[in-house]
Design a protein around this ligand. Structure first.
Ligand code: NDP
Ligand code: OXD
Length: 307
């Protein structure tokens, strides 16, 4: 079986070493060392080669990340399975990041860090977790995993998705019809939605205005979901109190972008979670074996719904 890898060279080197142990039967090639394109069975990439016409034997295209919106689907063979990354290392990273962000917002840390800058010793009352309402937009692989510790910590949790969910301790809201009810009870709103036609620009003034006054945002989905100016306006007016932003459009932000210096924004460079080389390779090999056996793979993108 021939695998072509086209992404970060460092991970490629690690995978080449691990593969020799885990799947010695696999022939691993790293871009641009394609060899005979027609022999490639599996392509693993963030961005595939522009012209795939010579890759006549391709059985699947795997994204190296959880997102698979970056592909130009019109340029891919219609019947080629596109598979996003589902692996425990990536999930744990997101659980850590969002739990940290929620706790930071819950305990008013942006305000206390600002007070520290001003050498101001001033305590504010703290809400118990049970009185803090968390709203998770996107209750998929990552959203559901992140909700578990938040429920454990005692937060009042809800999720919003396209289809109903049954998760202990989490109230499920579904679709446009229930978005308003979901938003009006979300003190800390987390976005873990995939980028699709329906979610592009979703974090905008209209949505912020439907949150309780003084709510906070954790944006870990995709940059194009967030309207930057609308976030700045909402922070300025007090409609929002603070935001933790991991993804932006563009990435990186220009040097003069107001997010860099904003006292109520914690900005990180798209590091909320990353696939971990070992566990990601194990997940990839499991999917390849499933494909070889004719079994369904985990994380196949449903092209018509966009994720
Ligand atoms: P999944 O596909 O497992 O979950 C997506 C969730 O979003 C599902 O619950 C789905 O609903 C819901 N959803 C999609 N469209 C809509 C819509 N229009 N209205 C309401 N709900 C919707 O994805 P993952 O959990 O694996 O990943 C989510 C995203 O996180 C990725 O696409 C990526 O953009 C981002 N990400 C960010 C990272 C970072 O470092 N910042 C790292 C990894 C991922 P339903 O369940 O009903 O289908
Ligand atoms: C991903 C990401 O999709 O890093 O995995 O954002």
């Amino acid at each position: 079986m021939n695998i072509l890898y086209k992404s970060e060279p460092e991970r490629g080197r690690i995978w080449a070493g691990l593969l020799a142990e885990l799947a010695p039967e696999a022939n691993f090639r790293q871009w641009p060392d394609v060899g005979e394109a027609a022999e490639i069975d599996y392509l693993v990439a963030w961005q595939p080669p522009e012209d795939l016409s010579a890759f006549t034997g391709l059985k699947a295209l795997f994204s190296v990340g959880a997102g698979a919106e970056q592909f130009d689907y019109a340029a891919l063979p219609a019947d080629l399975p596109v598979v996003r990354m589902i692996e425990p290392g990536l999930t744990s990273g997101m659980v850590e990041y969002v739990t940290f962000a929620v706790l930071g917002l819950h305990r008013d840390m942006p305000r206390y860090l600002q007070q520290q800058q001003e050498k101001k010793w001033l305590a504010h009352s703290a809400l118990p977790a049970a009185k803090r309402r968390i709203g998770m937009m996107g209750v998929g692989t990552l959203g559901e995993a992140v909700l578990q510790p938040l429920v454990q910590l005692g937060f009042d949790c809800a999720g919003w998705s396209r289809t109903p969910k049954h998760i202990s301790g989490v109230t499920s809201f579904v679709g446009e019809a229930q978005l308003d009810d979901f938003l009006t009870r979300s003190d800390i709103l987390i976005c873990l939605l995939p980028l699709t036609g329906a979610t592009e620009g979703i974090l905008n003034a209209d949505l912020f205005n439907r949150l309780p006054r003084g709510a906070s945002l954790v944006q870990v989905g995709r940059g194009k979901q967030l309207n930057h100016q609308h976030l700045l306006n909402a922070l300025e007016s007090g409609q929002l109190a603070a935001a933790v932003v991991d993804v932006t459009s563009p990435e990186p932000l220009p040097a003069d972008h107001p997010f860099w210096q904003h006292p109520a924004i914690w900005l990180t460079p798209h590091i909320a979670s990353q696939a971990q080389p070992e566990s990601a390779l194990t997940a990839l090999l499991e999917n390849i074996r499933r494909c070889e056996r004719g079994e369904p793979m985990h994380g196949v993108v449903e092209r018509e719904r966009g994720y």
